[in-house]
Design a protein around this ligand. Structure first.
Ligand code: PMP
Length: 300
């Protein structure tokens, strides 16, 4: 699914066959989840293969490594260049890109001594993952921000995401809505969340969330289209039965929510402002103009 006999990955400055790449089984990253990573996408656009928000993602990777006190010297430019080369070697355009920074063997609970950059790429052609998702409020909370550096994208944090996502699937839902330690809506297992009410979008304020690059892109789109939005803390009750809701993330893109805890959102998705944001996002990743959506908004 992710690689075959011909796939090549980037490992510590070299382009190597995925099947032949090796890592150390005594590493801190494997034992303690002490690794940082990114999830990026590239698209086949009219201007060639383009990595969406490449600089923002690699800047965040550098910040995550720094936050976790890992020695890490790659510049954003070097990583962007290596990724374009890797996509070319693997002959990929619409791809998912997974950079991962792992640390050398060390069983002590001290900071990393040496890090290695891995970049893996694989084909991603299937557009939106799902639509009209049925989500449930999880019994798992987001990690306490006093216990973790929640704004860094750290591998170990994702054990919490696996618990939340699997619980939702086991109960027959598509995804989890995870609250923070105060019972406020935070995000899903791997995406940020918005809801729409009376012509305005709302999203959880920073504090317990991973503030996504797609979330920032939604703000950018709203500014362009003149759609009002607000970041604030709110309880799931405020979101239940709202006009519309969506998840947003690099992998999910903008995905419509059908219901929260079996309470449906009110509007037909196509009638929501959120659907305009979804359409605009699709255009933006393909480097297409979406300003025409602005004039359509008057009729919403
Ligand atoms: N929250 C979590 C927990 C995530 O894993 C992701 C995906 N990286 C996001 C939010 C969305 O982030 P982005 O838009 O930067 O992909």
């Amino acid at each position: 699914m992710y690689y075959n006999d011909d796939s090549v990955l980037f490992f510590d400055g070299e382009y190597v066959k995925a099947k032949e790449a090796k890592t150390d089984l005594y590493g801190q990253s494997l034992h303690y989840g002490y690794a940082v990573f990114e999830g990026i996408k590239s698209y086949k656009t009219a201007n060639g293969t383009k990595i969406f928000k490449a600089e923002e993602h690699y800047d965040r990777l550098r910040r995550s490594a720094q936050t976790m006190m890992m020695p890490f010297d790659y510049s954003t430019e070097e990583m962007v260049e290596a990724t374009y080369k890797l996509l070319e070697i693997n002959n990929l355009s619409n791809a998912y890109i997974r950079p991962l920074v792992i640390c050398s063997p060390n069983m002590a609970l001290s900071k990393g001594q040496k890090s290695f950059l891995v970049i893996e790429v694989w084909n991603w052609d299937n557009g939106y993952m799902a639509n009209q998702m049925r989500i449930m409020t999880s019994s798992f909370e987001r990690p306490n921000p006093k216990a973790f550096k929640v704004e860094a994208k750290v591998s170990g944090h994702y054990v919490n995401s696996i618990l939340a996502c699997q619980e939702a699937k086991d109960k027959g839902f598509d995804e989890a809505l995870v609250l923070d330690a105060d019972g406020n809506v935070a995000e899903s297992s791997g995406a940020n969340i918005f809801f729409e009410r009376d012509g305005k979008l709302f999203t959880p304020a920073k504090g317990s969330i991973l503030p996504g690059i797609t979330r920032a892109t939604v703000f950018e789109i709203c500014d362009q289209l003149g759609i009002p939005y607000e970041e604030k803390f709110f309880k799931p009750e405020e979101m239940k039965g709202a006009d519309a809701g969506f998840f947003c993330g690099t992998a999910a893109e903008i995905v419509a929510l059908g219901s929260l805890d079996d309470v449906p959102f009110k509007l037909n998705w196509e009638e929501s402002l959120a659907s305009k944001v979804q359409t605009a996002y699709r255009h933006l990743v393909l480097e297409e103009d979406y300003s025409y959506l602005k004039s359509n908004l008057q009729y919403v």
